[in-house]
Design a protein around this ligand. Structure first.
Ligand code: 8OZ
Length: 364
């Protein structure tokens, strides 16, 4: 190894799991589940296996129900076919010596009537349409107008999270990441730009964090808390989301997550896939307010990653785009090799092209 990368290759104990390095594959939506069932299949198993040298793989976002789906051909984690499909993925990652968490997802208002049960409106904390697009078979399309959830419907969504967490266990995952970032349902409840409710799920921070914490509690009834993490994006505007005081909101949320003993917080620092300095948010302070592990994400390169671990600002670094184009990213980071670049036109949907055919160094 090129010695400068030693920090990235120190083993790490995540809860009761031994990770051989500090490199995490970020959750990445690729829209390549089987048509008709939204179940993972052999091609997806190959894709994850190719990347199994990561300390930890986090699956692409996987909807907990049909209502939780917002994009075409994303995988689910609720039906028998999906459990069987994910089992192929987890078996193949484990056979290659890796570890994989599933990311559980409910998109809330970031959806389209054509994907919803009975063609109904997507659900949200409040009936406010997001200025954002989804991906349908026909391409990028404006999301639909949502309807506000009735208070009594929230318990049903929590039971969908429980069911999906149980399904993930049957599918052989090593743990669960709750997707609370990027303007999807949990984030819509958290932030005051999208949550205008006047029941116990809206208003002050205590009420706006209620849904996120109830989801975490539902998942940790199924999984040991040492196998549960959560992804947050405190200042990302992704999917048209905003809050008047992210420092207070995420400060209080993370304090409560810490008290619950979750394995990790996985934090998108800045605007998802964009500027890291879009807001003067203190991510180091957030990291130190949490007892468990801190996974940092957003635009890290090799040097930034090494420095963040050496400074103690993060325990693990999640790489997104570099993992799409470099199945052997871990080895490339070890030796400081150049990286393949992502082909944007094959990101969402399609088959093996731009998915499992990116070359490893050994192929050259
Ligand atoms: C890109 C395209 C579709 C969905 C996220 C799950 O931003 C996503 C996503 C990303 O968290």
């Amino acid at each position: 190894m090129s010695d400068d990368a030693a920090a990235l290759f120190a083993p790490f104990k995540l809860g009761d799991l031994e990770l051989p390095n500090r490199i995490v594959m970020a959750p990445l939506t690729r829209n390549r589940a089987a048509r008709g069932t939204d179940a993972p299949h052999d091609l997806n198993a190959l894709y994850y296996r190719q990347r199994a040298s990561a300390g930890l793989l986090i699956s692409e976002a996987s909807q907990i129900s049909q209502q939780g789906q917002g994009y075409i051909w994303t995988p689910g984690s609720y039906s028998q076919a999906q459990v069987e499909g994910w089992r192929k993925v987890t078996d193949s990652v484990h056979a290659a010596g890796g570890r994989i968490f599933v990311q559980l997802w409910h998109v809330g208002r970031v959806s389209h009537v054509s994907l919803q049960p009975g063609g109904r409106a997507p659900v949200a904390p409040s009936a406010i349409r997001a200025k954002t697009k989804t991906v349908l078979e026909s391409g990028f399309t404006e999301v639909s107008e949502p309807r506000a959830l009735e208070t009594h419907e929230i318990a049903h969504i929590l039971s969908d999270y429980s069911h999906a967490a149980e399904s993930a266990k049957k599918a052989g995952f090593d743990g669960v990441e709750v997707h609370a970032a990027n303007g999807y349902l949990i984030d819509q409840f958290l932030r005051d730009g999208s949550n205008k409710r006047d029941d116990s799920y809206g208003g002050g921070i205590e009420n706006r964090t209620r849904f996120a914490l109830e989801v975490v509690d539902a998942v940790t009834k199924v999984w040991s808390k040492s196998r549960v993490g959560i992804r947050l994006a405190p200042v990302s505007p992704a999917n048209d989301i905003q809050d008047s005081n992210p420092t207070a909101l995420f400060g209080e949320l993370v304090e409560k997550l810490s008290a619950r003993g979750l394995a990790y917080i996985h934090v998108v620092e800045g605007a998802t896939g964009g500027a890291r300095d879009n807001h003067p948010f203190d991510f180091v302070a957030l990291r130190h307010s949490f007892r468990g592990a801190y996974i940092a994400n957003n635009g890290y390169d090799r040097t930034m990653a090494i420095e963040a671990i050496e400074r103690g600002d993060a325990d693990l670094i999640a790489f997104g785009r570099p993992f799409i184009a470099n199945p052997d990213l871990v080895e490339r980071l070890r030796v400081g090799a150049p990286l393949n670049q992502v082909a944007k036109e094959t990101l969402y949907g399609g088959g093996e092209k731009g998915y499992t055919d990116y070359p490893a160094m050994a192929d050259a």
